[in-house]
Design a protein around this ligand. Structure first.
Ligand SMILES: C[S@@+](CC[C@H](N)C(=O)[O-])C[C@H]1O[C@@H](n2cnc3c(N)ncnc32)[C@H](O)[C@@H]1O
Length: 212
């Protein structure tokens, strides 16, 4: 992963510190709106949360079949302790470790991960996730973004981010190019308590493939 991991940045790998920081910045409102306005999960669906961290999102979801996967075993232990049987929590790499779940997820969520990945890592992650997605399923991503004429404070916050691959909307869309997805995007300027711009991508299997 392309990210800063020294000094203060190291501490956000600790689940309680990461969670405390997110909620101080306004994650409660942000997650609630993201779930209600973007993910819109139907009760009972099968959902995969890639790079789930401490699974903060789970508290905002209806009753559904949740799998969270993360490379960081401390995040997964934290999520298991908090949510126990409300989900399946897996320590692993979403690109390799869920092959048994092919063609089974209605919704695959990727929050705040792409801006930590180099292009080749993100592209191969999407290639793997595509196989896990049902024919009528959705992959939804959310990340911070570079925009033209962006507020100075947002630019500064982006520069301080531990993820070293914040992209423009075109840069994020390129990660999905050639993978056979139909993609919609949406930009939010007000999800957090601090000045911050988010981009959401919603990817579905392309119409040609859906009718195959
Ligand atoms: C910035 S955190 C985001 C956590 C959470 N999704 C959120 O929105 O708060 C990114 C997480 O992705 C995990 N991660 C990175 N690459 C991964 C991969 N290939 N498979 C599973 N987890 C991954 C990291 O360990 C990290 O916990």
């Amino acid at each position: 992963m392309a990210q800063r991991i020294t000094g203060l940045y190291q501490s956000i790998r600790i689940p309680s510190i990461y969670k405390g920081l997110m909620f101080a910045l306004g994650a409660d409102n942000a997650i609630r709106r993201y779930v209600n306005e973007v993910l819109k999960p139907t009760p009972g669906i099968k959902m995969l949360d890639v790079g789930c961290g401490p699974a903060n999102i789970l508290a905002y979801l209806p009753s559904l079949n949740y799998t969270g996967i993360d490379l960081n075993e401390k995040h997964i232990a934290f999520a298991r302790e908090l949510y126990g049987s409300r989900g399946r929590f897996v320590v692993g790499n979403a690109a390799n470790d869920l092959r048994q779940d092919e063609n089974s997820f209605d919704l695959i969520n990727i929050s705040a991960l792409l801006h930590h990945l180099a292009d080749d890592e993100a592209i191969s992650l999407f290639t793997s996730l595509k196989r896990l997605l049902k024919q009528d399923g959705r992959i939804v991503t959310i990340d911070n973004v570079w925009l033209p004429r962006q507020r100075t404070a947002v630019k500064l916050i982006n520069k301080l981010d531990s993820g070293l691959n914040i992209r423009t909307p075109g840069g994020y869309l390129e990660l999905l190019n050639g993978q056979g997805f139909d993609v919609q995007t949406r930009v939010f300027h007000d999800l957090l308590r601090i000045p911050y711009d988010h981009i959401v991508m919603i990817a579905r299997h392309g119409s040609k493939q859906r009718s195959d």
